[in-house]
Design a protein around this ligand. Structure first.
Ligand code: PFF
Length: 445
């Protein structure tokens, strides 16, 4: 064991991993992707991917992290040495660490935007609040300077927490913050259902029309499942290294996945009723969806500004508990080389990430016409990371655990009942890797 930093009690690991999983992917991305990809058919494919692919990948990642107790790259390296495997397995960790910093470069831009809404107060008695919020979003996203400012602030907070060390910083904060987030998302979805069009929302979310499904939608649903669960890049593997020895992996993963799915669906129920009851709001608005709709919901509420402020603080916190896990794998790896201290590593990495983030910022404004493979710079990073790098990482993790390592190793460390183990092993070996490959092939041809 290379690490003596272990979280105390079972709840800290669950909350930290749920903190990594629950983030902008649930509250910002899931609703707009459902909105732009035809609704419930997307939701169903997403849920299948979460349980059939995400579950075994998350279990495998935690298992590796918990067993070796090092950064993902070194955990994979050690594991290959111990089991006399090909040394190239460490590249799986490198691919993940790179995906992490790439995702963080645009994640921080959107999280910064969410943070800016904490300070945005709607003027009293507007004629048309939804028009006002759309105009405000346009104003914010068309100003590179504004976006750079908020991107810098968010990245700064992320670096401070990661720089200070994950165990104490994250361990303590998630215990307080995550329950708050759950409480608020439930409150807002009840409120939206009450003032908005719940009926249309339910049919949009749960009444599938599979004729709208295209290969592109299937691969996006899979990408979103990976992104939302934070799997395929080592973030959860890095946290696995801090999991208490006695904690059971299977049960824990189930709780994390259920929490993540619950928050994504609750976010849909918080947002769609408002969109459906406002003719000036578009369900397929894309990345601006929550920024244009949530302020409208809060506007009509007594003490709306306070509610709005609290809600955007919570989104920012959810984003922060995810962004730290994006930066951790790379940081932990360099730290283990012993050549640099944690603060300097985080500082240099953050500068690189900050620069990469500028490309995403410009995609909203001065580079909005610049297209590579038909996508903006931001669109391309998003596609590459979520739809290619994370699923590829997930595929190789399932191959490593399901096909390369001995079955006995798994049995010994998972401690599942015979029946559960049977189903889990089947999913891990066959269902998950073949679904990833099939979805890749389906979307390529
Ligand atoms: N799961 C996070 C979200 O839904 O916002 C994003 C994320 C965090 C993706 C960490 C990947 C990751 F490794």
């Amino acid at each position: 064991m290379g690490n003596n930093k272990i979280w105390q009690g079972n709840s800290t690991f669950i909350l930290a991993a749920a903190g990594s999983a629950v983030g902008l992917g649930n509250i910002w991305k899931f609703p707009y992707m459902v909105g732009s990809n035809g609704g419930s058919a997307f939701v169903i494919i997403y849920l299948i991917c979460i349980f059939a692919i995400g579950f075994p990948v998350m279990v495998s990642e935690i298992l590796i992290g918990k067993y070796v107790r090092k950064s993902p790259i070194n955990s994979l390296k050690k594991l290959s040495e111990e089991f006399k495997l090909n040394t190239n397995w460490k590249f799986l960790g490198i691919l993940g660490a790179l995906a992490g910093v790439t995702i963080l470069s645009y994640y921080s831009v959107f999280a910064g935007m969410a943070f800016s809404y904490v300070f945005k107060i709607f003027p009293q008695s507007l004629e048309n609040p939804s028009q006002y919020s759309s105009d405000y979003f346009l104003y914010l996203s068309s100003s590179p300077l504004n976006l750079v400012f908020w991107h810098t602030i968010f990245l700064f907070f992320t670096s401070i927490i990661v720089g200070l060390g994950v165990v104490r910083g994250i361990g303590r904060s998630v215990n307080v913050l995550m329950p708050f987030l759950f409480f608020f998302i439930i409150l807002v979805s009840i409120y939206s259902s009450y003032i908005g069009d719940l009926e249309k929302t339910i049919s949009f979310l749960f009444n599938p029309d599979f004729s709208v499904i295209t290969p592109q939608i299937v691969i996006s649903a899979m990408g979103q499942a990976f992104f939302s669960l934070s799997v395929g890049m080592g973030a959860i593997m890095a946290y696995g290294a801090y999991m208490p020895e006695k904690q059971m992996i299977g049960k824990t993963v189930l709780v994390i996945i259920l929490l993540d799915t619950f928050v994504a669906l609750a976010a849909g129920i918080a947002i769609f009723p408002i969109v459906f009851s406002n003719s000036s709001l578009q369900i397929s608005a894309g990345p601006g969806l929550i920024f244009e709709t949530l302020p409208v919901a809060f506007y009509s509420l007594p003490l709306g500004s306070i509610f709005s402020c609290i809600f955007f603080i919570l989104i920012t916190i959810a984003a922060l508990s995810s962004s730290i896990s994006l930066l951790e794998p790379f940081t932990a790896w360099i730290e283990e080389t012993g050549k640099m201290n944690r603060i300097s590593i985080v500082f240099f990495l953050s500068i690189l990430i900050w620069i990469l983030g500028l490309g995403s910022i410009f995609s909203f404004n001065i580079w909005s016409e610049l297209k590579l493979f038909g996508l903006t710079f931001l669109g391309l990073l998003d596609y590459l990371t979520n739809n290619i790098m994370l699923p590829l990482g997930g595929f190789f993790v399932t191959v490593l655990i399901g096909w390369v390592l001995p079955k006995e190793f798994l049995k010994e460390h998972l401690k599942l009942t015979e029946t559960f183990f049977y189903w889990f092993y089947l999913t891990l070996r066959f269902i998950a890797p073949s679904s990833i490959i099939l979805i890749f092939l389906y979307s390529a041809f």
